[in-house]
Design a protein around this ligand. Structure first.
Ligand code: FAD
Ligand code: SF4
Length: 504
């Protein structure tokens, strides 16, 4: 009897490792899997180093761990079943669609058995979600309120603390120009991490980041430290500045906890509860910050996990706007004068991270307006980010960002420079003019935005949430401006496609 621990299930707090303290542990570090895509080197380092630290912690605690560094997962299973013929494995359900079946086939072919048990690294089980979904439509806000009731988080006598379920209105501020965000803790490479980096250095031909700059927690102790640091220093301003973008503040007040959460080093319950404790114990944490944060953890994160589950396999191929352009090189090289795009991509290249509003309103918005194939963009998000996994990048990119699947998005997240100028300081430093739509200096987002609306008029005009913007499009058409705007959009697309996005 053996507990199989997958690379994104690094927990002893819940699941089979907690329930079966005497069983042997099997872990497989498969190189071919990590080499299948041009993953960000920090992502490869993060996963392999966290797995090795987890192995060492288990051994230190007296557990027998068989750890195989092999080319393929099948090689790892071969080695295991050679040593333990006919063994029975237990594993928490993998988060990727179809992975449990593939795993079972591999194990059965080698004469073993596989018991797939619930993945306890989430708060809401598939059965609980399916019961809820049987009575409700796929709307995040309804799910979130239900989760608040289920968990009892931020409730007082059954009512939401602060008198409202949602303080979204208070989450849209921008910091003053002299604002300095708190310092971010770093967890630089230790010996285990450096060894992983050395082992990968020959294979990582497509270096796009400095390995030395690796900074993410790879142990539970460091992940807990990162959680405590966030609650102490950044949680107070998290709410107000959640949607803001500041050129010199790559993290602003974001938690930076998704890499640790997605590996299993932190459990979402302890993360939400740490923030709630800080709110109750301190004066400086406003309700809009704690509520905004808890909403991300018990609302959005759990919701997209189940959207993926119920939406797959169709979600993987969905493309309701028929967007088919290839992903332009700028996503890989960041070579553009567009300040907002360059800043976000530079952050991704440097550290495999951009915060949510950069992902949604810059990186994804640009792809949507440009007309990139949603699945090419999803692949980029999946491989370029340290927290990128298929279960979470797919619903976020394909559905929320690209409006491709008709699952929960009520309108596309499409925006012109108007939004980016309001929520960031990028436009002030950008050579493009955020107020212009045509002309060589005009912000590329603007012409692309109107062109997108015109292109998808049949699909989107009837959406009541789009009425106002289609009214503005009509004004442009009536004023004979639309043809010029569409010409500018075609030029921008051609420039982006050919890599020549420079102004004339
Ligand atoms: P914070 O802003 O501090 O939020 C706190 C936590 O809430 C995050 O750590 C995360 O666990 C959770 N969270 C918030 N929003 C979401 C969401 N929409 N989906 C899932 N979890 C959420 N997140 C990933 O973990 N992996 C991805 O591959 C990923 N791809 C994305 C692609 C696009 C196009 C978009 C728009 C969002 C994507 N997200 C993804 C969601 C979100 O942007 C990140 O979870 C967040 O930016 C992580 O940084 P943070 O820990 O500083 O988050
Ligand atoms: Fe981005 Fe346009 Fe603003 Fe430049 S002007 S930062 S391209 S939104």
């Amino acid at each position: 009897m053996t507990v199989l621990v997958l690379g994104d299930q690094l927990t002893r707090q819940v699941g089979p490792l907690a329930d079966r303290p005497d069983e042997r542990v099997l872990m497989v570090e498969a190189r071919e899997f990590a080499a299948r895509h041009p993953y960000h080197p920090h992502k490869r380092t993060l996963v392999a180093s966290a797995m090795r630290h987890f192995r060492d912690a288990l051994r230190d605690a007296g557990r027998a761990v068989d750890y195989h560094v092999v080319e393929t997962f099948a090689d790892g299973l071969d080695a295991h079943f050679d040593a333990h013929p006919g063994d029975s494995l237990t594993v928490m359900r993998p988060s990727s669609h179809g992975a449990a079946d593939r795993l079972r086939d591999l194990v059965t072919e080698r004469g073993g058995t596989l018991d797939v048990v619930e993945n306890e690294l989430f708060l809401c089980s598939p059965a609980e979600f399916d019961d809820w979904y049987a009575e409700n439509s796929l709307q995040h806000e309804d799910f979130y309120r239900w989760m608040r009731r289920e968990t009892g988080y931020l409730l007082e006598d059954g009512d939401p603390v602060g008198g409202a379920w949602n303080f979204d209105e208070a989450n849209r501020e921008t910091p003053p120009t002299d604002y300095e965000a708190p310092e971010i803790p770093e967890y630089p490479p230790d010996e285990t991490t450096k060894r992983v980096q050395r082992e990968w250095s020959e294979r990582d031909t497509d270096e796009w980041a400095d390995p030395e700059a690796f900074r993410w927690p790879v142990t539970r102790a460091d992940a807990l430290d990162a959680l405590a640091d966030f609650c102490e220093h950044r949680l107070p301003d998290f709410g107000p500045y959640e949607d803001a973008m500041v050129t010199e503040e790559w993290a602003l007040d974001h938690a930076l906890l998704s890499p640790a959460l997605n590996l299993g080093l932190l459990h979402p319950a302890e993360v939400a509860e740490a923030a709630i404790d800080a709110y109750h114990e301190r004066e400086d944490v406003p309700v809009e910050s704690v509520e905004g944060f808890v909403r991300q953890i018990i609302g959005w994160r759990e919701f997209v996990r189940h959207v993926y589950r119920v939406g797959m396999p169709n979600l993987a191929d969905a493309n309701r706007l028929d967007a088919e352009r290839a992903l332009p090189d700028v996503y890989w090289d960041g070579d553009t004068e567009m300040a907002c795009l360059a800043t976000a991509i530079e952050g991704v290249r440097e550290r495999g991270y951009a915060h949510h509003i950069q992902r949604l309103m810059v990186l994804s918005n640009f792809g949507l307006l440009y007309g990139v194939d949603p699945h090419e963009l999803n692949r980029w998000f999946h491989v370029a980010f340290v927290d990128g996994y298929h279960w979470v990048s797919t619903p976020n990119t394909v559905e929320m960002g690209q409006y491709a699947a008709d699952l929960f998005a009520t309108k596309p997240y499409a925006a012109s420079a108007n939004y980016i100028e309001r929520m960031s300081d990028h436009c002030a430093e950008c050579p493009y003019d955020p107020d212009a739509t045509v002309g060589d200096d005009a912000c590329p987002f603007n012409a692309l935005y109107w062109d997108f609306l015109a292109d998808h008029e049949d699909e989107l005009r009837s959406n009541h949430r789009m009425g106002l913007v289609y009214g503005h499009l009509d004004d442009k058409r009536d004023a004979d401006e639309l043809a010029g705007i569409r010409e500018r959009a075609a030029d921008v697309r051609e420039g982006v496609r050919s890599g020549d996005v420079e102004r004339e």
